[in-house]
Design a protein around this ligand. Structure first.
Ligand SMILES: [Zn+2]
Length: 260
């Protein structure tokens, strides 16, 4: 099954010591978490769903928040398990090849797969925590979801009465500058940059590819659809992520290492 391209990239990964991966929604679709922004995504099909993800509507309208909490409660991410793609990246860390894992995902499947939280840079935050707009308090999301299950439609902060939300970056919200700085710095330290399941169309994070390339890293892209960086990449795979990643990251021909 291994093509020439696969063999070539596998040898690069074997030789790499500071791999930086950037992952997007595409790596989690094989775990049953839909890509909200993709061509078949919920937001593309349902504008009401997009409203729930816009910070201005969220803060202004209790009805949007009520719908959003119900939506959060029903998220497929709570029961999702890491797939072979996540496990392949966790394996790179075990083999001490992974310098950093930048992710646009909020599902924490990388940490569940075994990547250490210290190495995962979550540029869009995490749905597994909540935050308060009044006092800035953060905590485990399940504490708030328990209140929603118990009948509170729009739970507010018990300390200050402020509006609560998942600790994620909504549309209209600023990215956290410190987090983006960390991601860009890591990209500049890469010897191989692996972009997985991301369309690379959204800045500033797409700029990580340019920074890595400028620093001399090899660029490998694994994504179902073409990206604006394909021409500048050293290798591109437009195939299933959970199939390709174990192949290009495995030290041996056999895929028997997965899943563990
Ligand atoms: Zn508060």
């Amino acid at each position: 099954m291994a093509t020439e391209n696969t063999e070539r990239v596998r040898s690069w990964i074997e030789g790499a010591r500071r791999i930086v991966a950037l992952t997007g929604a595409g790596i989690s679709t094989d775990s049953g978490i839909p890509d909200f922004r993709g061509p078949q995504g919920l937001w593309t099909r349902n504008p009401v769903a997009e409203k729930m993800s816009n910070i201005h509507y969220y803060l202004a309208d209790p009805e949007v928040r009520k719908a959003s909490w119900q939506n959060r409660l029903a998220s497929p991410a709570w029961s999702a398990r890491p797939n072979a793609g996540h496990l392949a990246l966790a394996d790179l860390e075990k083999r001490q090849k992974l310098h950093a894992l930048i992710t646009q995902n909020i599902d924490e499947l990388h940490q569940i797969a075994g990547n250490s939280p210290a190495r995962v840079i979550e540029v869009h935050g995490t749905m597994r925590s909540f935050m308060c707009f009044g006092c800035g308090m953060r905590g485990p999301m399940q504490l708030v979801l328990e209140r929603v299950r118990a009948g509170e439609e729009d739970p507010h902060c018990r300390d200050c009465g402020g509006i609560l939300k998942s600790d994620t970056i909504s549309f209209g919200q600023q990215l956290a500058p410190g987090v983006i700085d960390r991601a860009m710095q890591a990209a500049g330290e890469a010897d191989l940059f692996l972009a997985v399941g991301t369309s690379l169309q959204v800045y500033p994070i797409a700029g990580a590819v340019e920074i890595a390339r400028g620093a001399g890293a090899k660029i490998v892209i694994v994504n179902a659809e073409p990206t604006p960086f394909d021409d500048a990449a050293d290798a591109v795979f437009n195939e299933s992520i959970s199939a390709v990643l174990p192949q290009i990251t495995s030290a041996r021909e056999s895929g028997a290492r997965f899943p563990r």
